[in-house]
Ligand binder design. Structure first.
Ligand code: APR
Ligand code: ZN
Length: 365
């Protein structure tokens, strides 16, 4: 029997979300029905609302969520009703070459970017109309149906607000440090952009033992937050950032992370690095964006630029690991949540993100 759910829906035009009742069907074979406990408000949703990425619509937004398994479809053996799960916005197909090689983040068989379940449909409706779950999860809804491979069980003592963040920003940020860059202890690092994801990069650097950790942002509030998560130095974004980084690190950082998704800041990454340094692209730019890189500087000084998608994570491995680190007191995830809001406050949460005045809002159901 389909059930109704309140959801934040984007109609594909403009940047506002409408809170409306949708119908959520039973889970099909290999699928699970999840009752959401919390959904983070992440920068990747904003890209869609601000028209930078194109998607099928109408769309239930949200891709950073956690909740409880309510029912399982035929053939689901790994999950049962009552399990606490974090949703993954890039469900692995478990059949392609990347999946076989253990690189879930590079899966080529997933239909998540098309906002579709593996069979090419969705379980969401608004009357007769199909509704698409953003990245096949659509976490800004009381209920959603996802493939079993998109729901990862975690210990039930992790609160949903914290767990939701592991579903995107924490995995993306900490994973960029430990999976993609594999930063050795004692390395110097600079992080450009200290929103929810950038602060997670800083947490990952602190966990890895990087030093110094230099945070760069336009907003003083974000720099204060960066210090509380382990940044040893903070710089206001501006022309002389490269010179200041060079001075603080004795000639350039070993690692530099861009966590905004702006072409202009991506282009500055090589100038922040020491010879042999590694620049990591975490922020996602608008579709079709091209960056101009000083090629001679990169080649002569042996610098590397690497892309990082979902922190190079294998969610079934990384989500429980990050949850355990949180429970052990090694990742201060509670402090990342600056605002807990209701579903109908979602538009204000995105406005605050655009103004740069909040670290992270989390919708609590
Ligand atoms: N220089 C430095 N910092 C800047 C600049 C700039 N020119 N412009 C904006 N910022 C800062 C903002 O003040 C904010 O703190 O970048 C941060 C961006 O953070 P959020 O908007 O909160 O976004 P977040 O959720 O952290 O995501 C960042 O990572 O995964 C991707 O798709 C995501 O592209 C997005 C990026
Ligand atoms: Zn996200």
């Amino acid at each position: 029997m389909p059930r109704t759910a309140l959801a934040a829906v984007h109609d594909g035009r403009g940047n506002r979300l409408e809170i409306k009742e949708i119908q959520v069907a039973d889970p099909g074979p290999g699928e699970v029905l999840v009752r959401l406990g919390a959904s983070g408000v992440c920068g990747s949703d904003r890209h869609v609302l601000d028209g930078e990425w194109n998607l099928p619509s109408p769309t239930v937004m949200g891709h950073e969520g956690a909740g409880t398994v309510e029912a399982v479809g035929e053939g689901v053996t790994g999950l049962a009703p009552g399990d606490s799960v974090i949703l993954s916005w890039y469900y692995p197909c478990r059949r392609c070459r990347a999946c076989a090689a253990g690189k879930a983040w590079a899966c080529t068989g997933t239909r998540a970017p098309e906002c579709l379940l593996p069979d090419g449909t969705t379980r969401l409706r608004d009357g007769d109309d199909v509704v698409y779950p953003y990245l096949a999860v659509g976490t800004m809804s009381e209920y959603t149906v996802v493939p079993e491979s998109a729901a990862v069980r975690i210990p039930s003592d992790v609160p949903f607000d914290v767990a939701s963040l592991i579903g995107c920003s924490i995995t993306t940020g900490v994973g960029a440090v430990v999976n993609n860059a594999r930063v050795p202890a004692g390395s110097s690092a600079v992080v450009v952009g200290c929103g929810g994801v950038g602060l997670a990069v800083i947490m990952g650097l602190a966990l890895a033992g990087a030093h110094p950790i230099i945070a760069v942002d336009t907003a003083e509030e974000k720099l204060a937050a960066a210090r509380s998560f382990g940044a040893t130095h903070t710089l206001r974004a501006g022309d002389d950032v490269a010179a200041q980084v060079a001075e603080l690190t004795g000639g350039g950082a070993d690692y530099a992370f861009e966590v905004i998704g702006r072409v202009e800041t991506i282009e500055t990454l090589p100038s922040l690095l020491a010879p042999g340094g590694v620049g990591v692209l975490v922020g996602l730019p608008p579709e079709g964006a091209k960056a101009g890189i000083d090629v001679l500087e990169l080649a002569e000084a042996g610098k590397t630029l690497i892309g990082s998608n979902y922190g190079g994570a294998v969610p079934s491995l990384d989500f429980p690991r990050l949850a355990e680190l949180y429970l052990a007191g090694k990742l201060p995830l509670d402090s990342l949540i600056s605002h807990r809001v209701r579903l109908d406050e979602v538009n204000e949460a995105f406005d605050a993100m655009r103004d740069g005045t909040r670290t992270r809002s989390v919708i609590v159901f």
